[in-house]
Ligand binder design. Structure first.
Ligand SMILES: *Cc1c(COP(=O)(O)O)cnc(C)c1O
Length: 232
């Protein structure tokens, strides 16, 4: 077994264990393999080892890799990076899910583009759970304001929330942020906003995904635990 295959097995097992421990169905947690900076050959290895979703945060890099790897049946690509206005058009329709929508303008633009393509686009709304000035994302109150408007966008389907909390060494220190996102999703869902169904919670990375799963994550975004440390 290659390193990557062993890592994929380990992470999948950790996901199963964390879900079962929390009394959740392991199938309710999807592994997003974060393939940024990872060359196509190693991404292919990860796919063969059981990765069904690849997460990329740069359009150009993702496109090159998608072309090299080619269409793999059963493999979806998700966009998890910051959205630049001029690239938004090209992102829509190329990714099964866009995790990182953080303004009403972006959602509207995605809706427009997806309508042109006649292909509804699934999106998640990023929430700034740490209230950090340097990070994108809606504040909880902004989120509740925009949801009713977004519910009317027929071709941008809001299907959940995403967060990148402040980094902490200790996974346990991340728990309050994950809990905040889960509570926010539950509160928003309880409002029964027309056109809005918040099923997905994209939270948890290599260092803390077990805790995120205990707190309700349905998508964990894992890079270094699969592919090793990135250059940077
Ligand atoms: C890079 C990245 C990840 C993965 O981080 P790791 O700590 O390597 O697992 C997850 N989410 C986003 C948005 C990222 O940019």
């Amino acid at each position: 077994m290659t390193d990557i295959a062993a890592n994929v097995q380990f992470v999948l097992q950790t996901i199963r264990d964390a879900a079962l421990q929390a009394g959740r169905d392991p199938q309710s947690v999807k592994l997003v393999g974060v393939t940024k900076y990872v060359e196509a050959e190693r991404v292919r290895e990860a796919i063969l080892a059981g990765i069904h979703i690849c997460g990329e945060n740069r359009l150009q890099e993702a496109q090159t890799k998608m072309e090299t790897i080619g269409k793999c049946p059963g493999v979806a690509w998700h966009f998890i990076g910051r959205l630049q206005r001029r690239k938004l058009k090209s992102i829509v329709g190329q990714f099964a899910v866009i995790h990182s929508v953080d303004s009403l303008e972006q959602a509207k633009e995605i809706h427009r583009r997806a309508e042109e393509l006649q292909q509804p686009q699934s999106i998640l709304l990023q929430v700034n759970v740490g209230n950090e000035a340097t990070k994108g994302g809606f504040s909880p109150s902004q989120l509740l304001e925009v949801l009713p408007v977004m519910g009317k966008f027929s071709h941008a389907n809001v299907c959940g929330l995403m967060a990148i909390p402040p980094r902490r060494e200790e996974p346990e220190a991340m728990r309050p942020y994950f809990r905040r996102l889960k509570t926010l999703a539950d509160d928003a869902q309880a409002l029964n906003i027309s056109g809005i169904e918040l099923r997905e919670l994209s939270m948890g990375m290599s260092n803390d995904y077990a805790v995120a799963i205990q707190e309700g994550a349905t998508m964990v975004r894992i890079g270094s635990a699969l592919f090793g440390d990135r250059p940077l």
